[in-house]
Design a protein around this ligand. Sequence first.
Ligand code: SF4
Ligand code: SF4
Length: 372
Amino acid sequence: MIIIKNMTISKLLHTAKSLYVLRSEPVGLIHFLTRRCNARCSFCFIDFEDEVSQNKKNEMTIQEIQKMTSTMGKSLQHVNLTGGEPFLRSDIFDIIKAYFDNAKVNSVLINTNGSYPKKINAFVNKLNEFYPEKTVVIQFSIDSYPEEHDRIRKIPGLFERTMESYEIVKKKGKGAIPSVALTCTHENYKKINEIYEFMKNEHKVKRFSAILVRDEGVFKTPESQKQEILDNYQSLTENLYRDRTNGVLLNFYEKDSFISRVINEKEKIQHENNIKMYIKPKFISNCPSASIFGVIDCDGTVHPCEVLDKPLGKLSDFNSNFLDLWRSDKTKSVKKWIKDTKCNCTYECAMTYNVMSNYEYQPRLIKKGLGF
Ligand code: SF4
Ligand code: SF4
């Protein structure tokens, strides 16, 4: 997700240069604030038995995050704060503040299971007070109807709490915007389109993202179900595209604007690519991981993405200086490896930057943006 409203001309130029020419500074990052979580979803990739990653003493401190965010270059547009459950970090507001004030990001997305309405309420109040103009998308994960959702995530009453949190953001948020993430998994694929209709019609949700479950960490998708999971994900993405095009759904821009149409088309290309690659992996276009996109783990280890097991280094070895790590020989060699091997996968976050930065997609995006 790249939000360009309120962006200064200088920031816009730096970002455009990084996206299309230099590709040496991050434009978008994912930051895992913690690996701790109060839920236990059946498809989660986190190993909750791992004592090291589950110990909050091993998470980056706010001082380290402040230092890191002061050294991220001039092109960073967007950061996705995820986990684990990000609201388990009591300093989440200070972390966002560091990204806005130091790294000058334009937008932040927080993935949450929504189980802490009081914390979310306090957080939205602070955002309204200090950053009313900034876009902060709070994305709530929903897997199924209430009872089934609570069973899959193993928290009684979770659906109700998540929707309470959703309504708080919807009613009170100035720059904060609620959204729902539907992950198509072995647990819910048969009903995923019904769940979409249920959330749209009964809960009046206007913004969605569709995620295709990946084999990652300790989770592996049962092979026998992959084709059906894919078929249902495909229908879901087609329904989302239809409803965004006819104005039933929104994205993060003014309805029917140039940028809104570009973003809808970007999502469409991204979904089409994922569908082509899910069953039989194949190369489609150059992945921008380790060049304009990357992932920071909660202990300060930086990775090209969430999938490839080739860490770029640990920030503590670079005195928390992000660009020193990003321009190191190790990062350069991984970047080259990704290009030379035509690395490919269906990881949505990297695919967003893939579609936004590769020249081959630009004519189609511009054409759609102009309304053709
Ligand atoms: S809410 Fe997210 S982090 Fe927590 S167990 Fe579920 S998938 Fe994992
Ligand atoms: S193609 Fe996938 S696995 Fe390879 S670097 Fe990109 S995001 Fe990572």
